[in-house]
Design a protein around this ligand. Structure first.
Ligand code: UDP
Ligand code: MG
Length: 139
């Protein structure tokens, strides 16, 4: 059975380019409820921990550097079939390959500075949500 929660971040480029409002509008218009939300910044070490699953990939160093380069917005979102529907809403990792109307197509700069993160499974949504939020912050 598919879960009803996913985890997202508006990445440093999305925040720096003043797309927080536009991106949240699209997320809400698509039917997601915000269950927790935080404006924060990852340290290098936190970014390494969050993206540990990618530590062997060639872009890991660049990814960690980038994700700790400025503030982000982290949030837990709720909707039926949340993980899959959110991945559809954000589009392909590379904005050049993302479908028209997706968040990455509209707001991303590049394959690394791609505006938003979206969890890829229910299991990772739970792990990633817990990385930023606990207890009373989930409404
Ligand atoms: N990334 C990158 N270069 C690549 C592939 C990925 O910089 O060639 C970055 C990009 O920010 C991406 C993140 O690493 O969002 C995680 O990669 P993944 O393949 O999990 O893509 P996603 O699940 O975010 O679409
Ligand atoms: Mg991924």
């Amino acid at each position: 059975m598919q879960g009803n929660k996913t985890f997202t971040m508006i990445k440093p480029d999305g925040v720096a380019n003043n797309y927080i409002g536009a991106i949240l509008d699209k997320i809400i218009a698509a039917g997601f409820n915000i269950k927790a939300m935080k404006y924060t910044r990852l340290s290098r070490q936190e970014a390494e921990t969050f993206y540990a699953i990618h530590s062997e990939r060639p872009f890991f160093g660049e990814l960690v550097e980038y994700m700790s380069s400025g503030p982000i917005v982290a949030a837990i979102l709720e909707k039926e079939n949340a993980v899959e529907d959110f991945r559809t809403l954000i589009g392909a990792t590379d904005p050049a390959k993302a479908a028209e109307g997706t968040i990455r197509k509209m707001y991303a700069e590049s394959i690394s500075a791609n505006a938003v993160h979206g969890s890829d499974s229910d299991e990772n949504a739970a792990i990633e949500g817990a990385f930023f939020f606990s207890g009373r912050e989930i409404f």
